[in-house]
Write a protein that binds this ligand. Structure first.
Ligand code: HEC
Length: 461
């Protein structure tokens, strides 16, 4: 579905630009530079990490044309018609005592700086389409008229918070669901992963806005401060996972690639293109030397993190066992085993790597859940797993004996699962936007709550 929209969007843009080029060569002396198609993508990839609602460097918001016009601490970003007098051009060139932007990175290529100059010279017009404007990000926190589907969730390792994905934000709740602690509002509309770093200090939020950008947000969550935002792609990113030392993060993309970035500076360390379809899950092995990737192309692959060389596939070793289109992947805490699942509803546990061998192999499959698997989780001690999905159900199993510990029935599809650090509760959420806490091993519902603050809701009778 998402992919079709994307293809359609690209082709209509392509058509649009071809038409413009034709007019340009006949009528205008110089081709018109488009804010929407040429300037905005540069702002998105190179500038929004520091000039966005959650990180307003220099008091400058570069997520909309209006923010760009308004400018920052020293006034408007540009003077229409006069690139030489425009603050932004001075910053892009590092001229006249203006610090070079993007800060701490290489100067933009001359051709890109020239685009800014030409666009300003041509009057700095806003050609953002109306349909796009509605989704532009402002400084205001999101408001909700009804609960929003919950797409990701995680308990902090110290057990003091439950982080729940909302629309364009993560909501920190008391672990027993009795109150909202904080709202971490960012840029990405859709959040696909919420993961705490192994030391528990950093909260990684990964996702993006379909067809526009993918983003990794690194939060100093106890201070409610965005430490870093990295925008590695032009589409949502999936299945983010930390390396055991917390220094690197792997993730999958809709362009079929899997990548690794350095947590300290956001630089891309690796990009691999071993899959034929979207990559929905990643796991970096304990020693940090390999990354396992799960794709919709029905394969799990293992490759070297430093060279990107393909080591092999994780296979069932049994030709009678068909594979499935994978939707998620998680690594067992402190072990080289991964749990994967997808279309056929069967959770599968694999060894991540066979010593000296090519890839890994299937250890066991677990009892099928009803419908496609959309979420998987390990308990902190690794001894218990949970799977949930489209069939309005979730199951909790013993990792090593595959016994079903609890059968949970939900009124909607499950998109997110998280074990409390003590293993005595599991949080389950999905399409209806409510978080439900179940006790374990009983599988009894202890509490149900809506994680987002609702406005304009009718008063309770
Ligand atoms: C790593 C963070 C970072 C990135 C990336 C970044 N900036 Fe900045 N920017 C800052 C900081 C910090 C300031 C305020 C201090 C200063 O003016 O040097 C600033 C200030 C500015 C200002 C001046 C605002 C004012 O009114 O004083 C402009 C214009 C600007 N940035 C444009 C850009 C553009 C355009 C890009 C992308 C090409 C970009 N920045 C990328 C950190 C960043």
């Amino acid at each position: 579905m998402q992919r079709m929209t994307l293809a359609f969007r690209n082709s209509s843009l392509f058509f649009f630009s071809v038409t413009l080029c034709l007019c340009g060569s006949n009528v205008f002396a110089q081709e018109t530079v488009s804010f929407h198609r040429e300037i905005r993508p540069i702002l998105q990839q190179k500038c929004q990490g520091c000039h966005q609602p959650a990180k307003l460097k220099g008091d400058l918001l570069l997520t909309s044309y209006e923010g760009f016009v308004k400018g920052g601490a020293s006034g408007g970003s540009f003077v229409a018609g006069k690139p030489e007098e425009s603050t932004v051009v001075k910053h892009l060139k590092g001229a006249d005592d203006h610090s070079l932007m993007p800060e701490g990175e290489a100067k933009l290529p001359d051709a890109q700086i020239a685009l800014f100059e030409t666009w300003i010279k041509q009057g700095a017009k806003d050609d953002t389409p109306e349909e796009f404007k509605r989704t532009l990000v402002t400084k205001e926190p999101p408001t909700y008229k009804k609960p929003a589907a919950v797409t990701a969730m995680a308990f902090s390792p110290d057990g003091t918070s439950l982080a729940v994905a909302g629309y364009r934000e993560v909501l920190l709740h008391k672990p027993d669901g009795t109150g909202l602690q904080a709202r971490l509002v960012g840029l990405s509309e859709r959040i696909e992963s919420i993961v705490f770093s192994p030391d528990g200090n950093t909260l990684l939020v990964a996702g993006g806005s379909a067809g526009r950008f993918g983003e990794l947000q690194f939060w100093d969550w106890k201070k409610e401060k965005l430490a870093r935002s990295v925008m590695p792609s032009f589409d949502t990113v999936y299945g983010a996972a930390f390396s055991e030392d917390g220094k690197r993060v792997g993730f999958g993309c809709a362009d079929n690639s899997a990548r690794i970035v350095d947590v300290n500076n956001g630089k891309q360390l690796l990009r691999v293109d071993h899959h034929l379809d979207w990559v929905f899950g990643t796991a970096i092995t304990l020693n940090g030397k390999s990354i396992i990737t799960a794709s919709r192309d029905k394969t799990l692959k293992l490759c070297e993190t430093d060279s990107g060389a393909l080591i092999g596939a994780l296979t069932t070793l049994d030709p009678t066992q068909p594979s499935t289109s994978f939707r998620c992947l998680v690594r067992r805490p402190k072990a080289d085993q991964v749990l994967a699942g997808g279309e056929d509803g069967l959770p599968r546990l694999y060894t991540g790597a066979v010593a000296g061998g090519a890839g890994g192999s299937l250890v066991r499959t677990f009892e099928k859940i009803g419908g496609r698997i959309e979420a998987l989780a390990f308990s902190a001690d690794g001894k218990t797993i949970a799977a949930g999905g489209a069939g309005n159900s979730a199951k909790v199993y013993g990792t090593d004996d595959a016994k079903v510990i609890a059968n949970l029935t939900l009124p909607c599809s499950v998109f997110a699962l998280a074990f409390a650090p003590d293993g005595k509760h599991i949080a389950v959420a999905g399409l209806d936007g409510k978080v439900r806490l179940f006790t374990l091993p009983e599988g009894k519902m202890a509490r149900e709550f809506v994680p987002v603050p609702l406005t304009g809701a009718p008063p309770k009778p």
